[in-house]
Design a protein around this ligand. Structure first.
Ligand code: HH2
Length: 266
């Protein structure tokens, strides 16, 4: 998968018992593969398979357990379309690529050399510390400048190391307050201007719940769609979402209504 002119959709497929909004829903290989295939049918450009929850305070899992959860799913799902592996662990990423994944979605932004060696695309996301500790210290001087500087440095290093395609992600909700998440979304045009394709993952996250006064993550899809559309308007290349169909339809409508959609073929 390569970044195109229009914003594409990455569907979230958490094969975990404890993810904050869909934990336990796709616990069997069959259920997860069915959900992944449905996401492709609904228009996902890539399905992101994860076996460890990274919600704030989540308990880490061993790479062995993570592999047990994700590898059979990647194997069965990857013939249907591009699959990314959402992991912080090198051994999980490597096994998933061997099982058919073509993108390493790396919330630790540390696996660039592995992506180079394996010759696959790499998403570098900004996070401070680990999921367990990240909300403990959300002090930044200038959050947008710090995040961008960090990501661009990692991105340039990865390109030098030979990664064929590098995507940058500001890591919405990873060690950031509600106000900082909003600032990062407002600053997306600057991140896009660095020339790297940009990924944004805000779907169902707690800042959407805070603003919409909605405690149930599964009732945050409309708020999440608003963020995805704003990210696309700011030039993001990929939005990571739970509700693939609504996001694909929303993006299509916005594109059809835009000035430069004169030649749009329906
Ligand atoms: N967010 C989550 C996980 N992986 N990857 C990228 N690139 N960007 C993100 O914002 C991102 C991510 C956390 O969300 P989710 O997978 O929905 O929940 P959990 O970590 O509880 O499984």
């Amino acid at each position: 998968m390569t970044a195109g002119a229009a914003c594409a959709v990455m569907g979230i497929l958490n094969v975990t018992p404890d993810s904050f909004s869909d934990g336990g829903r796709y616990a069997t290989v069959a259920a997860a593969v069915r959900q992944g295939r449905e996401m492709f049918e609904d228009g996902a450009a890539v399905v992101d398979v994860g076996g460890e929850s990274t919600r704030p305070g989540a308990e880490p899992v061993t790479p062995e357990e993570e592999m047990r959860r994700v590898i059979p799913v990647v194997e069965e799902l990857s013939p249907a379309g591009p699959v990314s592996i959402d992991t912080r662990h090198a051994e999980v990423a490597e096994a998933a690529v061997r099982a058919g994944a073509s993108i390493i979605n790396d919330v630790s932004a540390t696996l660039g050399h592995l992506a180079a060696r394996l010759g696959v695309s790499w998403v570098a996301m900004h996070m401070r510390g680990s999921p367990r500790s990240m909300q403990a210290d959300t002090r930044y001087g200038d959050v947008c400048a710090e995040v961008q500087e960090f990501l661009v440095r990692r991105g340039q290093d990865a390109l030098r190391a030979g990664v064929p395609e590098v995507w940058l992600d500001p890591g919405i909700g990873f060690g950031k307050t509600c106000a900082q998440n909003l600032a990062l979304i407002r600053a997306l045009p600057a991140l896009v201007a660095t020339g790297f394709p940009v990924v944004v993952g805000a779907s169902r996250k707690s800042f959407v719940g805070e603003i919409c006064a909605e405690r149930d993550p599964r009732r945050r899809d409309a708020g999440s769609l608003a963020v995805a559309l704003e990210a696309a308007r700011s030039g993001a290349a990929l939005v990571r979402v739970h509700d693939v169909l609504a996001t694909v339809h929303g993006l299509r409508m916005v594109e059809a209504m835009s000035d430069d959609a004169v030649g749009v073929v329906l």
